[in-house]
Design a protein around this ligand. Structure first.
Ligand code: THU
Length: 154
């Protein structure tokens, strides 16, 4: 039997977002400055707003032995978890700059989605995900399942 699953998300232009979400995107843009990406020249920035309003940055950190590097999102998620153990994360914003420094579409890879969904499960509270595609197209996912349906479970 054919079945269809719909994915729920919102699409906004930058000026339609709340000020706090606009600010979080600015924080993610700032985070791209600390990326170490000499191999891809793709600078990804992530900013997490913790439930108490604290902001945690992450950026991609590459390595000459490629798989040893880490994406911006997981750098931010693990850093937040290590610095503020047990504190729920409310929203993560993700942006990317291409080799010319131009903001480019930023959607999280599968491994980062998997880490986000485990964080959401641990904290028992939805983790919102904001993905910057362009100034006129910002995708907002209210919870991580919207980005990772049929997630692995044991
Ligand atoms: N990257 C991220 O930081 N986040 C993602 O979700 C996908 C990819 C990084 C990894 C690598 O440093 C560069 O982007 C190119 O793949």
């Amino acid at each position: 039997m054919d079945k269809t699953q719909t994915i729920h998300y919102q699409e906004y232009s930058a000026d339609q977002l709340s000020v706090s979400d606009q600010d979080l995107i600015k924080e993610a843009i700032e985070a791209t400055q600390s990326a170490y990406a000499p191999y891809s020249n793709f600078h990804v920035g992530a900013a997490i707003r913790m439930v108490n309003g604290t902001i945690v940055h992450g950026s991609n950190q590459e390595n000459i032995a490629y798989p040893s590097g880490l994406c911006a999102e997981r750098t931010a998620l693990f850093s937040a978890s290590a610095q503020y153990p047990g504190m729920p994360m409310e929203t993560i914003a993700i942006v990317a700059r291409n080799e010319n420094g131009i903001l480019s579409p930023a959607l999280p890879c599968g491994a980062c989605r998997q880490v986000m969904i485990e964080q959401q499960k641990r904290q028992g509270m939805n983790l919102r995900v904001i993905c910057y595609i362009s100034n006129n197209k910002i995708l907002v996912f209210d919870r991580v399942e919207c980005l990772l349906p049929f997630v692995f479970e044991m």
